[in-house]
Design a protein around this ligand. Structure first.
Ligand code: ATP
Ligand code: MG
Length: 649
């Protein structure tokens, strides 16, 4: 960014108080902020005691060699024991841990007692295959219970998992296997997507012609489709895991034992292997799940729609909910199979009380229309969460109204693969919420917004989001590249973690995320956030979704180019509409933010976690060759956009 802070353009005045009944029984109250402020490390030491330790830690934070942190370093624990066994020992073995809903409509309920047996069998199988504590295991699975079981089996024996999104190309798998030096790969014949079985194993087979060092491939049979087989290397899960004993004694590992490596989604460049460890990570994943979702394990039915290949699936499907003894739904497929009401049918079927999803999904539901969720009974819902991108105020309000019956608090949770767990979010029983703002750092977390000189901006100002104190679930390094870890996160501002996101503080000091710093546009000397322009476009009734980029421009430095997906009835060929959209942005944010071009498109390029890849749109807008597209959900989208693009004026 230049030397000018982000312009503060968007004004959003709507406010929503927490529901009184929720507030009265909330897991976490306003007092937690005070407590953590008075003694931050003491606060986290207390949260660590929510876990079961084989050896209780006496140390909290070791920050003697920054930015390399150690949390609870002299404690020992087994992460899988915390997520499974201790609930069985506490008498909750019959509680359903996972309601699995397959895309074709098959379902399976797995209790905590059954989960313990399955995880133990899988742990025994991995041990039989020679996997030892400290090794890495790659996981490339659809959204089926075996994904969670595999992760916990690794954790149980002290091996680190590296989950690769099911659907990434052979090339992406090969790179991740090689970078992490994985010993075993766990995959499936395929999974169900959009109404048909889609193959997974061929991509692993191809990846393994390039990546060396993998001894065995464990294959879950999900679809029954034909698979190529390499004798001696490939093993069926149901045979190899199935014949194991359900007895397995969990060993206690150091709090800093590596738990997983996860590669970032690559919206801004080459993916980074983010390393997370055990005790601190689990402490924060568990606490934040308890606090932000107000989870009551005896009565709630929780559903996070993320994929396990994304950090949200790690922290808020596997580790957070299971460490808290939650009952949760896991759904295999897409939201429009076999019909556009599938999500709401699932909420109704299982009586889901807490729903955690992404802005990209919410905008899609908006596009499909209010009448679809209206056909289902969603009255069980009591808390709604959002994660992955800034949520446009209009999408936030739509979510609260059409899904949450205008009574459920919406928690907009800001965090990253690197932070491991939620960092900035409202608390549902405490915070008066504001559509589009993640608002405030959680108790025990220190976040602020600074300018180019690392000076904290006053209320009303904009700049860069930074984290000013270490936190328990922070990444420990980039796998195999300590220097890149230092350079990427700790060099921009001395002693502070640079998140890479633009942000502003409003008059109350609440934080509004404004998108990636790499995406910020510089128009006639003003820094303008992509998020604000996109939110202005989405607030127009004809627009369902928008992606905005700055393209090189001779007169203004950069010019704003907007790609928009229109709602059902709007006409893409209507020139009047394009002019109307440009004027709408100008009227909402001011003339400086008026897009030079508005291009209606059918789809936008997105990562697997639903993030818009603006860098690719920038390539299009500037008539450049496309950058790395390997982490796109569907790379054919780019062909569509390029062919529809009129020549630059
Ligand atoms: P890469 O680092 O390779 O570009 P990525 O940052 O997209 O990948 P993630 O770690 O999945 O990968 O995403 C974290 C980013 O997502 C945040 O830095 C932020 O830009 C965005 N984000 C997540 N949640 C929110 C939220 N609630 N509000 C605003 N932005 C969010
Ligand atoms: Mg990132």
């Amino acid at each position: 960014m230049s030397n000018e802070s982000l312009a503060n353009l968007l004004k959003e005045e709507r406010r929503f108080a927490p529901p009184a009944d929720l507030a009265a029984r909330a897991n976490v109250t306003a007092e937690a902020y005070e407590q953590a402020k008075a003694d931050r490390l003491g606060f986290w030491a207390e949260q660590a005691r929510r876990l079961s330790w084989a050896t209780e830690p006496t140390q909290t934070l070791d920050w003697s060699n920054p930015p390399f942190a150690k949390w609870f370093a002299d404690g020992k624990l087994n992460v899988a024991y915390n997520c499974v066994d201790r609930h069985v020992e506490a008498g909750n073995g019959d509680r359903v841990a996972i309601h699995f809903e397959g895309e074709p409509g098959d379902s399976r309920a797995i209790t905590y007692a059954e989960l313990k047996d399955e995880v133990s069998r899988a742990a025994n199988a991995l041990t039989e295959l020679g996997v030892e504590a400290g090794d890495r295991v790659a996981v490339y699975l659809p959204m089926i219970p075996e994904a969670v079981i595999s992760m916990l089996a690794c954790a149980r024996i002290g091996a680190a998992h590296s989950v690769v999104f099911g659907g990434f190309s052979a090339d992406a798998i090969a790179k991740r296997i090689e970078d992490a030096d994985a010993k075993v790969v766990i995959t499936a014949d395929g999974g169900y997507r959009r109404g048909k079985p889609s193959a997974l194993k061929p991509a692993v087979d191809e990846a393994l012609t390039r990546a060396a060092g993998v001894g065995n491939v464990l294959v879950v049979r999900r679809t029954g489709q034909d698979v190529a087989w390499t004798e001696g290397r490939d093993l069926w899960w149901h045979e190899t895991v199935g014949r194991q004993s359900p007895e397995h004694t969990p060993e206690a590992f150091d709090a800093e034992q590596p738990l997983f490596i996860l590669y970032t989604s690559g919206t801004t460049g080459k993916p980074k292997g983010i390393l997370h460890t055990s005790g601190g990570y689990l402490t924060q994943a568990s606490y934040t799940h308890h606090a932000v979702f107000d989870l009551k394990p005896e009565t709630d039915v929780y559903w996070c729609t993320a994929d396990i290949g994304w950090v949200t699936g790690h922290s808020y499907i596997t580790y957070g909910p299971l460490s808290n003894g939650a009952t949760q739904v896991i759904y295999e497929g897409t939201p429009d199979t076999p019909h556009q009401g599938r999500f709401w049918e699932i909420v109704q079927k299982y009586g889901v009380t807490i729903l955690y999803t992404a802005p990209t999904a919410i905008r899609t539901f908006m596009k499909w229309g209010d009448d679809i969720p209206a056909k289902f009974d969603l009255s069980s819902l009591r808390v709604l969460g959002s994660v992955g991108e800034p949520i446009n105020p209009e999408a936030w309000v739509w979510y609260r109204k059409n899904i949450g019956a205008d009574k459920c608090p919406v928690v907009d949770t800001w965090w990253q693969t690197e932070t491991g767990a939620i960092m900035i979010s409202p608390l549902p029983g405490v915070t008066e919420t504001k559509p589009g703002s993640a608002q405030r750092a959680l108790p025990g977390i220190s976040a602020t917004v600074v300018d180019d000189e690392a000076v904290e901006v006053p209320n009303g100002g904009g700049g860069y989001l930074v984290l000013t104190e270490p936190w328990p679930s922070m990444l420990r390094t980039i796998w195999g590249d300590d220097q890149r870890f230092i350079d990427t996160y700790w060099s921009r501002f001395e002693g502070k973690y640079f998140a890479g996101d633009g942000a502003k503080k409003d008059e109350d000091g609440d934080i509004w995320l404004l998108g990636r710093v790499d995406d910020v546009m510089l128009v006639s000397g003003h820094n303008i956030s992509t998020t604000e322009v996109e939110s202005a476009l989405v607030s127009h009734p004809a627009v369902a979704e928008a992606a905005v980029v700055g393209a090189a421009d001779e007169t203004t430095g950069q010019a704003i180019v907007a790609f928009v997906i229109l709602r059902g009835t709007a006409n893409a060929e209507d020139d009047g509409l394009v002019a109307d959209l440009r004027n709408h942005v100008g009227a909402t944010l001011g003339p400086i933010a008026k897009p030079k071009r508005v291009l209606p498109v059918a789809e936008l390029p997105k990562t697997r976690s639903g993030k818009i890849m603006r860098r690719l749109l920038r390539d299009v807008a500037e008539n450049r060759e496309l950058g790395d597209v390997t982490t796109l959900t569907d790379s054919s989208v780019m062909d569509l956009i390029q062919t529809k693009l009129p020549a630059a004026p």
